[in-house]
Design a protein around this ligand. Sequence first.
Ligand code: PEP
Length: 251
Amino acid sequence: MRKKIVAGNWKMNTTVPEGVELAKAVVAASAEVPAEVGLIIATPATHLCPVAEVVKGTRVELSAENCADKEKGAYTGEISAAMVASTGAQWTILGHSERRQYYGETDAKLVEKTKLALANGLGVILCVGETLEEREAEKHFDVVKAQTLNVLDSFTAEDMKSIVIAYEPVWAIGTGKTATADQAEEIHAYIRGVLAEKFGAQVADDTTILYGGSCKPSNAKELFAKPDIDGGLIGGAALKAADFIGIALSY
Ligand code: PEP
């Protein structure tokens, strides 16, 4: 049975002391959330070590927002998967649309990043999603399929145990414009079909597929009620512990 997950993506927000306080507030409120819902917070790299101390021994898991496509060496400013893992983090987000759009994150780089993340024991939250132009041109199915397979073609059914997919339509991220539950379900079911074709029905059934894009306490229940939506990747609303936990309570 696939896991339900609510993951917060803090992006480039909060100073270290603010992030530590936010993590403490999430941990404090996490007891209310049903035990079967996994909780993950993805923080800026600077916050991983102190937040790892806050979440240690709690049900809240820790994620990076990115990691390097190189193992180590002369790559000034980059943070390797091994470095992320050494903080105590268990996960990394990869392929967020902001990284694809602003930092030249290609599917080829994502293959390398995913290999290194898995080799270092990290779970991967792999983001896919179409732009508004692509949706208006009715290319969203093709775009999402290509983004999914361009990366996952390099991985095995066994690797899929450590990979979560996040469907995040770019037009819904930070815009207040949520995909309707039906629109999201349609693509989630489609992605599950793509996974079934590639890895078989069991892997498809076991893979957690999160929805991301202006998810908030007021719309999470309707989204999470859909059979192929297994939780959320939450941006803006993850910056307030009450909203983040409120979304997790929608289960
Ligand atoms: C995100 O960036 O992953 C995201 C879903 O952002 P928001 O919830 O703010 O739309």
